[in-house]
Ligand binder design. Structure first.
Ligand code: SER
Length: 589
């Protein structure tokens, strides 16, 4: 059974048990500023776990793209990756422990035909916040799981969430598959990291809320949140020893091996993982940069390049490897194929940037390391680490890795503090930029504001859905609109965009505004630009059948008030971000 078949079987299994299928969300959480990436299927469901009724009912199932960077140092072993797919089923105040565990067992043993003798489970051992989970253990026993295969662990292992600082959470029961490797010497059990046991599925009994002071209070309802790791289960079903040999990775792994003369399996895997993750992050609208998600993307690309160089693979091959990733996954992730051009352009550009600074940076770092060696110093101070980052684009992790190879540690904590100050300054800068919007509420700026919405939609129609707003600034004379796109627009593209906007104007479409909860707005397909809080009511402006955006307004009443739309300039503003300046004329000339 391949990954797609497993995914389909999972959805079908829960669908037959009255779970409604919901579509997975973006890798970039749309309204949860507490995390950079979607790390589990439950993120988009937080309001419903807290008690808000879900429009599709109390039983849900989906598959969700996830990214976890806290496992980055483990990438390269048999089971860890940064990007992965999580299959999940939820009970929103409906069934609880017994039914959830029985369904998990049924799916693994009767549907996937995994050997029940090789399953081990862990349950919460209890503490001051919640009782020992004798109930879950009893259900496992009743299913035939032997006492010696039921393990009790504390919060560190058997408590999940909240995903950010606050939110829903609870004790969990984890399901492991025994690889039958010999036990290691460290008192081996499922919580051991030696690789004997693979954690494949987690059932979280989300019945608590953790507040900002660290208190746990019972939620309005008892929920179940589960997550099954598709890559790991695929390896089991394809009878592979590790996920990198499954069809999800094998083609890119082969290609990497062909390109290198070295035999360094861990580095091969790191390159494959990082390029794959970068493809998905770019697809969901992120560009490499120095903050937040952009920085993670930059770090993944640069780390892949660094490992390619270590294996003596020409980094120019990064695009070729990305194409292999896209080709091998297009049947499961259509969005990769749609964004192929964009992915390739961005990888190429970031790789080029890195290469130009890398050589200089490396030379500088080696010189510094030499100096330290002479003086018998084995720590690199934070300021130097920050300068290498700031001037040479050297992520501190890479500095750390290179330094370590020379027996030197870096002051990462000190770096983090310097970085935080730097981030705060850039944030203030960004806030200034985004204040942009409307300079005033004159009829000219209002008309240009409506034209901006038409332009945004037209750009997506011509260039693709990735063309998302990155910034907007409107004066009485002109609009200025920044959006994500990898290349210069051709004159034909510009002309088509102009024509689409002018046609929309001519259609005399009326503009309507409704105030609805943010969640509903997103469900309706409205374009949303900024992270909002759950439950917040937002204004959605709809222009006929043409455009729908979450926006503060104001707008004109009818597109016919706009006149003639003309693009006066198209230029680059940052890597992967283009800028259009446009005006509204009374007449065509
Ligand atoms: N949220 C849980 C996890 O990530 C179950 O999906 O493990």
């Amino acid at each position: 059974m391949n990954a797609l078949e497993i995914r389909n079987k999972f959805i079908e299994f829960f669908n037959e048990r009255n779970h409604r299928v919901i579509s997975g969300a973006s890798l970039i959480p749309e309204n949860d500023p507490s995390v950079l990436f979607t790390t589990a299927g439950m993120h988009p469901l937080v309001p419903y776990l807290l008690g808000e009724p879900h429009p599709l009912g109390k039983r849900l199932v989906d598959y969700q793209k996830c990214l976890r960077t806290d496992d980055i140092d483990e990438v390269g072993d048999d089971t860890h990756v940064t990007f992965f797919e999580m299959l999940g089923n939820w009970s929103l105040g409906d069934y609880f422990k017994e039914e959830a565990i029985r369904m998990s067992y049924d799916f693994l043993v009767n549907c996937l035909k995994l050997d029940p003798e090789r399953l081990s489970v862990s349950v919460f051992s209890g503490d001051q916040d919640a009782a020992r989970d004798v109930e879950a253990a009893e259900v496992w026993r009743s299913l035939g799981v032997k006492e010696e295969n039921i393990y009790y662990y504390g919060k560190k292992h058997n408590w999940w969430g909240p995903a950010g600082v606050t939110g829903p959470c609870g004790p969990d029961t984890e399901i492991f598959y025994d690889t039958l490797k010999p036990r290691c010497s460290k008192g081996c059990g499922p919580s051991c990291d030696c690789g004997k046991y693979w954690e494949i599925w987690n059932n979280v009994f989300m019945e608590y809320y953790k507040d900002s002071e660290g208190n746990f209070t019972p939620l309005k309802q008892k929920n179940v949140d589960t997550g099954l790791g598709l890559e790991r289960v695929t390896a089991l079903m394809e009878h592979k020893d590790n996920i990198y040999e499954t069809k999800l990775f094998s083609e890119v792994m082969e290609e990497i091996k062909l390109l290198s003369n070295k035999k360094d399996e861990v580095s091969f895997r790191i390159i494959a993982d990082h390029i794959r993750a970068a493809c998905f992050i770019i697809t969901d609208g992120v560009l490499p940069g120095n903050m937040d998600q952009s920085y993670i993307l930059r770090r993944l690309i640069r780390r892949a390049v660094r490992y390619m160089r270590k294996l003596e693979i020409n980094p120019d091959n990064i695009c070729r490897l990305a194409t292999v990733v896209i080709n091998s996954l297009r049947h499961m992730y259509g969005e990769l194929e749609k964004n192929e051009e964009n992915i390739i352009n961005i990888l190429q550009e970031e790789k080029d940037k890195f290469m130009t600074t890398l050589e200089k940076g490396e030379a500088r770092l080696y010189k510094i390391l030499e100096g330290l060696k002479k003086e018998n110093i084995n720590i690199l101070n934070a300021k130097t680490v920050f300068n290498l980052y700031d001037t040479y684009g050297f992520p501190p992790e890479i500095t750390g890795e290179l330094a370590k190879e020379n027996g030197v540690e870096i002051d990462l904590q000190g770096f983090k503090e310097l970085f935080k100050n730097h981030q705060e300054l850039s944030r203030q800068g960004a806030a200034e930029k985004f204040k942009g919007g409307l300079a005033d509420d004159t009829s000219e700026t209002i008309a240009l504001h409506t034209a901006t919405h038409l332009l945004h939609r037209a750009l997506q129609l011509v260039l693709g859905e990735h063309a998302k707003q990155k910034g907007s600034n409107i004066t009485k004379e002109r609009l200025r609109f920044d959006f994500t796109h990898g290349q210069k627009l051709t004159s034909q593209e510009l002309k088509t965009v102009e024509d689409i906007v002018n046609n929309a104007i001519k259609r005399s479409m009326s503009i309507t505004c409704e105030e609805i909860p943010y969640e509903k707005a997103k469900e309706s397909g409205a374009e949303g630009l900024f992270a909002n809080k759950y439950g917040e009511v937002v204004k959605v402006y709809t222009i006929g059948d043409f455009s729908k955006e979450i926006c503060g307004g104001p707008h004109v009443e009818n597109t016919s008030e706009l006149g003639y739309f003309k693009i006066v300039k198209e230029e680059s503003v940052a890597s992967g971000v283009r800028r259009i300046k446009a005006v509204l004329l009374r007449d065509r000339d």
